[in-house]
Design a protein around this ligand. Sequence first.
Ligand SMILES: [Zn+2]
Length: 303
Amino acid sequence: MTDAKKPMAEANRISSMLNAVLGAERFPVKVDDLALEYSRQCFADSPIDKVQGEDLDGFDGLLKANKTRSKWLILYNSATHSEGRKRFTIAHEFGHYILHRHQQDLFECGDGDIETGDNNERDIEAESDLFASTLLMPLDDFRRQVDGQQISFDLLGHCADRYGVSLAAAALRWIEVAPKRAVLVASRDDHMLWAKSNMAALKSGAYFATRRNTIELSRDALAHSYSAVDMVDNRTGRAQSWFSREPSGMPITEMTRAAGQYDYTLTLLLMPDAEWQRPQHDDEETEEDTFDRFVRNGQYPVR
Ligand SMILES: [Zn+2]
């Protein structure tokens, strides 16, 4: 299991320094300048020498040392149109530099790696994602943006703008601090691309094992094409239509928003606390796997 403390501690250390130098209104983080400057000052014998866009076939980003390991290069895919995704990718590669550069000389990162890599690779990917989200969206500032406010995709859009990240990245950050059970689902063509539950939801068994199974959206789902005629993006219904083990009286609030340049749909599911904790279930995916993945955290499949 990954120790989640180190990526967060390293990112928070850098955030404290930025707060001291730039003050609280310093977002979005200029992560390319930061990576250059920070590595030059702290690791002068092997700094990050360059951060640049390039046509990376099949990768989102890359971190590479020169032969003598005296300098490092970060590349991000210049074909990516989303500034948020670029920023997250650079922060992710900076994370590899801070956390893992003594383990490897080359890191090639893309969505595919997260799905197909072995456990070790997945762990360092998750650590770098956690570093990136912590660096780009520090929790204290994030809480100031959302505390006491009704959650909506408009509010999450405000956060995405403030931090210069994708709507999905902001929403994933929000479910971590959500005061109730929350699940974020990305879907396309009525099938889930990925889904992530916060700890409260996970503990109650409200999660989707999208990594191992192809899961079709319920016909009741707002994001299902069958529902598209309804023209609403927010409603409260029965939790059972999403999670069959929920009691019949359990409500669920469902919000949807097109994301990723309308390439896919995000659905945010909110439920009150469960009346029980960790029920038995018979899903193919073991609970340990899921917990492990949650604790590794910050596994943002969309950047
Ligand atoms: Zn990576």
